[in-house]
Design a protein around this ligand. Structure first.
Ligand SMILES: [Zn+2]
Length: 429
């Protein structure tokens, strides 16, 4: 684990070892700026030789992986858990509004036709996710000097996708192409066995006309089959095996889909606005997968993927033992009154039994954040990573670990735990 260093003027310097940081702090030559990630600011002037860090971003709809590499080493890895309560909150706000309007009040002029969506408008739920992703990358600039930012935007390249039979030539050009082809075939056949429609079983790449009978490795000759079907089909062609439609579908090239989702293109666009167009590059899932499995030899996790995204092809780095977990939180709720005529005040006090909402606490050996407080009774503690209820416990048993800052709850966890807990929709291994 590295300690991040700011200069006397507050500029980002290269990270240092915990040992050196300890010496500086003890001699009062530096002071602590932040605990998570641990950052110090020097009290003496130094020369500023800084090598900008490379940052990799693994975007997602639930969790985002972020990694920063400086001097060929991983110095920062974090998993950002995005908010998924926006839709619910917007619906709630809408109902409140409708109720208010339906009440017997003064005449209100109709105001339904006076809003226009600006260019690049995203639904609020996606907007929040895109903003949070960009915010996480900007956060890194507060303790590291950031050079290149690489974002994964899709599983594979659309340009290549329009021309599926690149395979014949490029299949032989290195192993990376195999990864491209594999993603292509998985996508084209919708990740299921072409012969028995089996889902969620290990699938094999299958030659429609077997290689033993002159079949090629072109994309148009490949499909997916479960192990059982692959065995049974043996030396037959798909038509002989009783599936002429598979053979027919194979010849049709894949339709071009707008696979770069609006969320991802917004993230790339916003990052370009912050870091400059030349500093932000994009990459594809098949490249990440190749680097993670073949070069780095790591299990799938958002932070490992982010690391692979930041690496050049062939560059070998080791993941950190500790990964930062960042949960995006609401900054409170704003309901002031309830009752038919808003006659009941309903705001909770800022502190209940000394605790605020969303504080990180330790209880019964587990760590989580406070999601609900009762004046007389148990507090609801939720897990930082999954956001699920962890336990209900009396506030007497709680020990505060940290407070949320700027809509974020930051904590640290061993890498192994974050791999174990990974969930949600993401690409398969
Ligand atoms: Zn099958």
């Amino acid at each position: 684990m590295k300690v991040f260093v700011l200069s006397k003027e507050g500029k980002c310097l290269m990270p240092t070892t915990p040992r050196r940081a300890r010496v500086w702090l003890k001699a009062k030559r530096a002071r602590v700026v932040r605990h998570d990630p641990f950052t110090i600011r020097l009290r003496f002037a130094t020369q500023q030789h800084v090598q900008p860090a490379k940052v990799g971003v693994d975007t997602g709809s639930k969790d985002v992986g972020i990694a920063a590499l400086a001097n060929g080493k991983v110095v920062f890895q974090a998993e950002v858990h995005l908010r998924d309560d926006i839709t619910k909150k917007m619906t709630q706000r809408r109902t409140f509004r409708r109720n208010r309007r339906a009440r017997k009040t003064r005449y209100r002029e109709a105001r339904y036709d006076n809003r226009r969506r600006p260019d690049g408008w995203l639904p609020p739920s996606l907007h929040s996710k895109a903003e949070a992703t960009v915010k996480a990358v900007r956060f890194i600039t507060s303790f590291l000097s950031v050079g290149r930012v690489t974002v994964e935007v899709g599983r594979f390249d659309t340009q290549k996708r329009q021309n599926p039979d690149i395979a014949h030539l490029e299949y032989q050009q290195g192993e990376l192409q195999g990864y491209f082809l594999r993603e292509y075939v998985l996508d084209k056949w919708q990740r299921k066995c072409a012969y028995c429609d089996a889902h969620g079983v290990p699938l094999e790449i299958e030659h429609i006309v077997p290689t033993s009978r002159g079949g090629s490795n072109r994309a148009s000759n490949l499909t997916l089959a479960c192990h059982a079907c692959n065995r049974r089909k043996g030396q037959h062609t798909a038509a002989e095996f009783g599936f002429p439609e598979v053979q027919a579908k194979a010849r049709v090239p894949l339709k071009d889909a707008a696979h770069v989702s609006s969320l991802k293109s917004r993230v790339v666009h916003d990052l370009q606005a912050v870091f400059g167009e030349s500093q932000v590059s994009i990459t594809y899932g098949y490249q990440t997968k190749y680097k993670r499995i073949q070069v780095l030899d790591l299990p799938k996790s958002h932070t490992n993927d982010a690391m692979a995204i930041a690496c050049e092809i062939g560059e070998v780095v080791k993941p950190l033992e500790m990964v930062h977990q960042i949960r995006c939180l609401a900054r409170g709720h704003y309901q002031r009154f309830n009752g038919l005529h808003s006659e009941h005040k309903c705001w909770a006090p800022r502190k209940v039994r000394g605790f605020k909402l969303y504080e990180l606490v330790k209880a019964k050996g587990g760590v989580g954040y406070i999601a609900g407080r009762r004046e007389k009774g148990a507090f609801v503690i939720k897990d930082v990573i999954s956001g699920k209820n962890l336990l209900e416990v009396t506030p007497r048993k709680l020990v505060r670990v940290a407070r949320p800052t700027q809509g974020w709850m930051i904590t640290r966890q061993p890498m192994l735990e974050s791999i174990r807990k990974e969930g949600g929709a993401s690409s398969p291994n």
